[in-house]
Ligand binder design. Structure first.
Ligand code: ADP
Length: 678
């Protein structure tokens, strides 16, 4: 039937549609299964969200990495499940869902993303997001694909750190190899270089303290995020290197620092220690060479220079020219600490200030110390320890060295130099400087001996002239007197007078010869005393008798207290001293005037004196007259060769006493000497 035909067609068509639907449903199911299996089996983590950024689907990898299971996560906002941070800044990060949906593009997320799982585990991830579209092309959600790259990132970081470390160490080596570079420059450059190798160079700063000096990056300031390492030189801590972050950074192995950075700062510190050792050794050698060169030049100078002033000037110039010292100065002093000569190099105008102070008797502390000791005086911080020195401001960069110029007991003066501070560790340099001081002293001694020899030669010449003249006069008198005296025609009285004259002139001859003899004994070092206990009164009487034999022209009084203790002395020499003094008193005071000879006890000495009322001796001449042949101008005509007082001085000193004169010109003099009581 027609209806049946329609029915069967309808059934068939329905069946066909059912079949189609079932087939479509099966196809969809199998497609969904396929999709789900695919999602589950891929190695990357996948999260799908709806257009409101709520989780719709998570594959097992995504569940494992986030720590969320799909059931709990579905419907939750993505940011709750996918908890990410920026690894570098430590700040929370977010997937730009809006942007993916708005722009419909695939977005690679920020580098260095850190995913924190539900249980707090941190993982570095690589991720990207893409829009999901329906069959009409409308965006209905997003998929987020990510993978755990912790290991890869660690490897990368490790490699990066190694590269930075190598770059840093290579950079330091490069700086240290630059020809002629100083340690200070190496430190400064290294401090600038080091922070660039740290993980966050833009906020890193560094400082280096070494040997009391500080080197810093321009941005350096105190911070709580820092790490440091000691710098050791020859096994001893010499300084410290410090790296700091100016802002807080995410926590790592060592505060904000990596394990590798601890190793690097240690390596840099160690490298700096070794560079310091090497450069110090090189500098030490250079300094030593410079000092040796200076000393060799000084030694050459010593052999050819015959003028003390030029010797000092040459020495000072040499020290500065060889660059052993910044400046150098030297002063020679006499026994009264008056400046004889001086020299300087490298000081210019500043020298005149210190010189005028020294001329006024104010020597800086270091020089005073040097004069009192054989060792070199080292002044480390002249500004504080030698503050009275007007040159201390010139020694800021350096250390002051002062050495006395001394030969045996004789001090000639001192030599001062300012050397670079580094020589404080160079004992050899001190020793060489001390040697230079010795060499100069020896040269000064030789010059002095030469001058003495010249003077002695001169003295010898004038002595011969004077002696022949002075001996001839009394000898002529003696010969003439004796010749006349033997003539029978003259009266007894006249004969007596002539003989008296002969005695007096012979006495003068004898005195001159005695004095010459004593002088030559003293010069030859053969002056020996025949000491015995003697009474002062006795030798005074003897000297008086000898004077009287020549006929008395003055009124001589003796004042020797009875209670005066005896002295242990050479009686003949004491008589000679006193005779010389009384004879001078007679020579240099008007006839008929009074001469007092006295003796008294003064603590451990007996003091013996001769006072006259003659011409006196001016204060400036009172020392000079005790030196050989120093006769004073105004005396001119009086007899004498200027030896009496020299011999007196030598004899008194041989007795461990002293001799001096107290006098007022025009009023008279008192010559005094002491003999110690034993
Ligand atoms: P001389 O008397 O032979 O010249 P001296 O050595 O005895 O040598 O004395 C050195 C100088 O000291 C003398 O030339 C004289 O100028 C001075 N002098 C010594 N004694 C006196 C005195 N009593 N009064 C003044 N001048 C003196």
């Amino acid at each position: 039937m027609k209806e049946e035909r329609a029915l069967i067609d309808a059934v068939a068509e329905r069946l066909g549609r059912i079949t189609e639907r079932i087939q479509a449903e099966e196809a969809l199911r199998s497609s969904e299964e396929w999709l789900s299996t695919t999602l589950r089996s891929i190695g990357d983590a996948v999260i799908a969200t709806d257009e409101k950024a709520c989780v719709k689907l998570m594959n097992p990898v995504a569940q494992a990495l986030t720590g969320w299971n799909e059931k709990d996560a579905v419907g939750k906002p993505l940011k709750d499940v996918f908890n990410i941070f920026n690894e570098e800044t430590g700040k929370q990060a977010e997937v730009p869902i809006d942007r993916i949906i708005r722009e419909g593009i695939v977005v690679g997320l920020a580098n260095h993303t850190l995913l924190i799982a539900k249980d707090g585990t941190k993982r570095s991830i690589d991720d990207s997001g893409a829009p999901i579209r329906d069959y009409k092309g409308n965006i209905i959600g997003t998929t987020l694909i990510f993978r755990d790259v912790t290991e890869k990132r660690q490897l990368e970081r490790h490699l990066n750190e190694r590269v930075k470390e190598l770059r840093c160490l290579y950079g330091i080596a490069d700086i240290a190899e630059r020809p002629g570079i100083t340690l200070d420059k190496i430190y400064q450059e290294t401090v600038k270089l080091v922070p660039t190798s740290w993980q966050y160079p833009e906020v890193a700063c560094a400082q280096l303290n070494i040997d009391g000096k500080e080197f810093k990056t321009a941005n350096y300031r105190e911070t709580e995020w820092k790490q440091s390492a000691d710098i050791k030189v020859k096994g001893i801590k010499a300084g410290m290197l410090e790296i700091g972050y100016l802002e807080e950074r995410p926590a790592s192995d060592e505060g904000p620092f990596l394990k590798e950075e601890r190793a690097l700062i240690d390596a840099v510190a160690e490298r700096l220690g070794r560079i310091t050792e090497r450069i110090q050794a090189e500098e030490h050698l250079r300094r030593l060479n410079r000092t040796l060169l200076a000393i060799r030049n000084v030694n050459q100078l010593i052999t050819r220079e015959s003028d003390a002033g030029k010797l000092l000037k040459g020495t000072c110039d040499d020290f500065v020219e060889t660059q052993s010292c910044y400046h150098s100065w030297s002063v020679l002093l006499d026994h009264a600490m008056k400046i004889i000569t001086h020299a300087e190099a490298g000081l210019g105008e500043d020298f005149s200030t210190i010189l005028s102070q020294a001329e006024a008797g104010h020597l800086p502390t270091c020089c005073q110390k040097a004069l009192g000791q054989a060792e070199v005086v080292i002044t480390e911080n002249p500004r504080s320890t030698c503050a009275d020195c007007t040159l201390s401001h010139r020694c800021e960069k350096g250390v002051g060295l002062a050495v006395s110029l001394k030969y045996g007991d004789k001090s000639y003066g001192f030599l001062c130099v300012c050397m670079p501070k580094e020589i404080l560790s160079d004992t050899e340099v001190f020793m060489l400087f001390r040697e230079a001081g010795h060499d100069i002293s020896l040269a000064l001694r030789n010059l002095e001996l030469e001058a003495e020899r010249d003077k002695m030669d001169e003295l010898k010449d004038s002595l011969i002239g004077m002696v022949s003249h002075e001996l001839r006069t009394p000898l002529t008198v003696v010969i003439a007197a004796v010749k006349t005296a033997i003539d029978e025609r003259i009266s007894n009285e006249e004969r007596q007078e002539l003989l008296q004259e002969a005695v007096s002139s012979s006495e003068s001859l004898s005195v001159i010869l005695d004095n010459l003899l004593e002088l030559s004994r003293h010069q030859a070092g053969r002056l020996t005393l025949d000491k015995k206990q003697i009474s002062v009164a006795i030798f005074v009487e003897k000297a008086f008798d000898r004077v009287s034999r020549q006929g008395l022209t003055h009124v001589i009084t003796l004042d020797i207290p009875d209670e005066l203790p005896p002295v242990v002395a050479d009686a003949v020499r004491l008589e000679q001293i006193l005779y010389n003094l009384v004879e001078n008193a007679i020579k240099y005071s008007p006839k008929g005037s009074q001469i007092q000879v006295f003796a008294r006890r003064e603590s451990k000495d007996v003091v013996i004196g001769v006072t006259d009322h003659g011409i006196g001796v001016a204060p400036e001449d009172q020392k000079r007259i005790f030196e050989p042949f120093n006769r004073l101008e105004q005396i001119g005509t009086s007899k004498g060769i200027g030896l009496g007082l020299v011999v007196c001085k030598q004899l008194v000193e041989a007795h461990s006493g002293r001799i001096w004169v107290e006098s007022k010109p025009g009023e008279g003099s008192t010559f005094l000497f002491t003999i110690p009581l034993q």
